[in-house]
Write a protein that binds this ligand. Structure first.
Ligand code: ASN
Length: 355
């Protein structure tokens, strides 16, 4: 993998309003139609002004870091997340804000992962992308990119207005670790059902300051470890012992996001309880996340979740599955003992849950 730097000629003022780093990772946003091959191919980002000539009007200094080869976001890996976090670390003092162009399919996972890796973030890291490639007339890439740049550049009293990892898409600025991709064809691809938007855009960009995380006092800490010894176990009526066993007894497993029903309920069949108990006794952490997009896990509300609480399954409150798996990978990567790991899993680390 290679990182190629391209400086973009915007209005190039002597006194720029802000300096922004765009990191182009891949995804539909950066595609054009290859007439010869008859399929979508990544375009060379040095030509971005041909596709978004409006960038010339900005009083910002804009630099693009192009990740080559571009990543279709279905291929994004833990290594890519760590690389992205270290690129932001290396460039943190040089820029006022960061825009990450990323495929939409796994953007909510990547934004969640980044929220954990970048602790005490004081500057915006805005993920965006597109449903229609930048080279097409009806693309949504242009509007998404332009507004993401404006949000990344917005400051008040010398401080960034949104010191968070966010997703900006269509007309919503959402906290990254509260977001989900909910649409594969319409332009309003992301939702955050359990947390209000941080801003909505129309004629103006209207920030909901009360929903935005406060500026941290401490300096940025960039973490560089995550564990991939994790799994997601999605329950469904009729799930068999073999399926649950194959997940909970996977070699080296350290953590499981268990997607349960309603407010955190699961079957109470003896073989299921025994498999859970066995995994917990082997030190596997189990994080209970609801399959419902709204509401929260309340272990103990029903009999079918009370035993989970008693066994030591961690209630995930209103966390999304995307944020839960990223949190598990992050927390397990920290090399803490069992109890400390469990405590971190219960805590609200980056605004991902309401307690
Ligand atoms: N397959 C693409 C991706 O996630 C979809 C997109 O960006 N709209 O990389």
């Amino acid at each position: 993998m290679e990182v190629v730097k391209v400086d973009i000629e915007t209005a190039a003022p002597l006194h720029p309003e802000a300096s922004i780093l765009i990191i182009y990772t891949g995804g539909t946003v950066g595609m054009v139609f290859d007439e010869k091959e008859k399929h979508l191919v990544p375009f060379n980002f040095s030509q971005i002004l041909d596709h978004v000539p409006e960038l010339r009007q900005f009083n910002y200094l804009v630099t693009v870091l192009n990740i080559e080869p571009a990543i279709d976001s279905s291929n994004v890996s833990v290594q890519d997340w760590l690389m992205l976090a270290s690129l932001i670390e290396e460039n943190y003092s040089k820029y006022d804000g960061f825009v990450v162009l990323h495929g939409t399919d796994t953007m909510a996972y990547s934004a969640s992962a980044m929220s954990y890796l970048l602790e005490n973030l004081q500057k915006p890291v805005i993920f965006t992308g597109a449903q229609v490639p930048i080279g097409r007339i009806r693309t949504d890439a242009r509007e998404n990119l332009i507004t993401a740049l404006q949000i990344a550049a917005t400051r008040q009293d010398g401080k960034s207005v949104v010191p968070e990892v966010c997703i900006y898409f269509r007309n919503l600025l959402l906290r990254g670790n509260r977001s989900k991709k909910v649409e594969s064809s319409h332009f309003d691809a992301f939702k955050s059902d359990n947390y209000p938007p941080l801003a909505e855009t129309g004629i103006d960009i209207e920030y909901s300051h009360e929903n935005i995380l406060p500026h941290p006092e401490q300096a940025l800490i960039v973490h560089n470890r995550m564990s991939d010894k994790v799994a997601i176990l999605k329950l469904f009526p009729g799930i068999t012992k073999q399926v649950v066993q194959s997940i909970l007894q996977a070699p080296d497993l350290r953590g499981v996001v268990m997607e349960t029903f309603g407010s955190g309920n699961a079957p109470s069949t003896p073989w299921f309880l025994e498999l859970l108990q066995d995994a917990l006794q082997r030190g596997v952490h189990i994080l209970n996340v609801s399959q419902c997009d709204e509401g929260r896990v309340i272990q103990g509300q029903y009999e079918t979740s009370k035993y989970l609480l008693n066994m030591g399954v961690v209630g995930g409150a209103d966390i999304t599955t995307e944020a839960a798996i990223a949190k598990l990978m992050f927390v397990l990567g920290q090399g803490l003992d069992h109890e400390q790991t469990r405590m971190l899993l219960c805590q609200n680390l980056r605004g991902e849950i309401s307690l």
